[in-house]
Design a protein around this ligand. Structure first.
Ligand code: NAI
Length: 337
């Protein structure tokens, strides 16, 4: 089989590998579609502190089960499945309270262990979720990015009366916008980004008001309209955003963070406590696949609005470059295997 392997930072090779054999409790998936995420690019460049090399990247993937390991029902062969990349120990404190995404021994498929940019990939059987026929093959791998939005919004508990402000209209911001509008019915969703084309995508995904904050300050624009967001999500993840978000937030607002920067953010206790702001962070997803599959099945979210490119896996290097360098024309790239 062919596998996309990052042999060492900066060195991508499409390698011929032997078919993997599913271990006990695992399934093997014949991969047909996989999505590119920023973290794949980070592993490629050696900027992901968790990655070990050589590594088959890819943690957003869909395919058919074609083989099962010991202890897995052979009736599962043939199932159309998406894979939850979160592999957890099941007995540490976070696992015991239903948060395997921050397991003490967390293994992320495509980061800590080999992933889905490969003709075949193995994963624990319990991580393979059946995709209903109404979701087409070419969009099924989009379940995973929406689980990130499902996870952060589960903390934020949006309501229709919220006025939400989202920083960043990349894939992450767009999934959050769609979930706020389509699932929670949030009345007003404001989106700030520095790229007009991304803001247009935000509108297509349901944003009510967009602000290009390379030209105009979000603070000035909101002040002119007398708007104080009650719910803010930082899906741009620059360390300076937290301070601005706290400043702009309404008293009693909730703020969601999803960034991994190692740089400090400058915030004061007073700015947070005086308004009794709730700060939430969110990483990956905790058992959110069934929920997202249901949202997709019910048409509450529209993953096709994020996808700008489908490319053959043989062009993976060009696809990664396009994804990284051209944020005006490119948002989500799906590879076909
Ligand atoms: P992306 O790079 O495609 O999108 C980020 C967007 O933010 C871009 O459109 C950019 O123009 C915009 N932006 C940058 N600085 C800005 C600023 N100061 N104000 C407003 N907009 C700004 O990235 P993607 O894939 O959407 O991911 C966003 C972030 O989410 C990344 O930092 C990534 O590491 C993080 N992430 C976190 C996850 C988690 O589970 N916590 C999972 C996946 C991604």
């Amino acid at each position: 089989m062919n596998s996309v392997v990052i042999q060492e930072p900066g060195k991508l090779v499409i390698e011929q590998r032997a078919l993997p054999v599913p271990a006990a409790g695992e399934v093997r998936v014949r991969v047909s579609h996989a999505g590119i995420c920023g973290s794949d690019v980070h592993i490629y460049h050696g900027h992901n502190p968790f990655a070990k090399y050589p590594r088959v990247i890819g943690h957003e993937f869909f395919g058919h089960i074609d083989s099962v390991g010991e202890g897995v029902d052979a009736k599962r062969i043939g199932e159309r499945v998406v894979i939850d990349p979160v592999v957890s120990c099941g007995h540490c404190y976070p696992c015991s309270i239903g948060r395997p995404n921050v397991c003490a021994e967390l293994q992320v498929i495509g980061v800590h262990r080999d992933g889905g940019f490969s003709d075949y990939a193995c994963a624990p059987a319990k991580n393979a979720y059946v995709v209903p026929d109404v979701i087409p093959d070419k969009l099924a791998s989009m379940v995973e990015p929406f689980t990130i939005a499902a996870n952060i919004t589960a903390f934020l508990k949006p309501t229709p009366q919220d006025t939400a402000l989202i920083y960043g209209a990349g894939p992450m911001g767009l999934t959050v916008i769609q979930v706020l509008k389509g699932v929670y019915g949030v009345q007003k969703v404001i989106v700030a980004d520095r790229i007009d084309e991304r803001l247009q995508m935000a509108q297509v995904s349901g944003a009510d008001w967009t602000i290009n904050n390379s030209e105009r300050s979000v603070a000035d624009e909101l002040a002119a309209e007398g708007v104080r967001p009650t719910l803010i999500v930082d899906a741009a993840c620059h360390p300076a955003i937290l301070q601005e978000a706290i400043l702009l937030a309404s008293p009693a607002a909730r703020i969601g963070m999803m960034g991994f920067s190692g740089e400090p953010s400058l915030v004061t206790q007073q700015s947070i406590t005086s308004k009794e702001i709730s700060l939430f962070s969110s990483r990956l997803n905790s058992h959110r696949f069934p929920q997202v599959i249901e949202w997709m099945e019910q048409g509450k979210i529209a993953p096709e609005k994020l996808v700008t490119h489908w490319m053959p896996a043989s062009e993976v290097e060009a696809a990664l470059t396009l994804f990284e360098k051209d944020q005006r024309s490119c948002c989500k790239v799906l590879l076909t295997f």
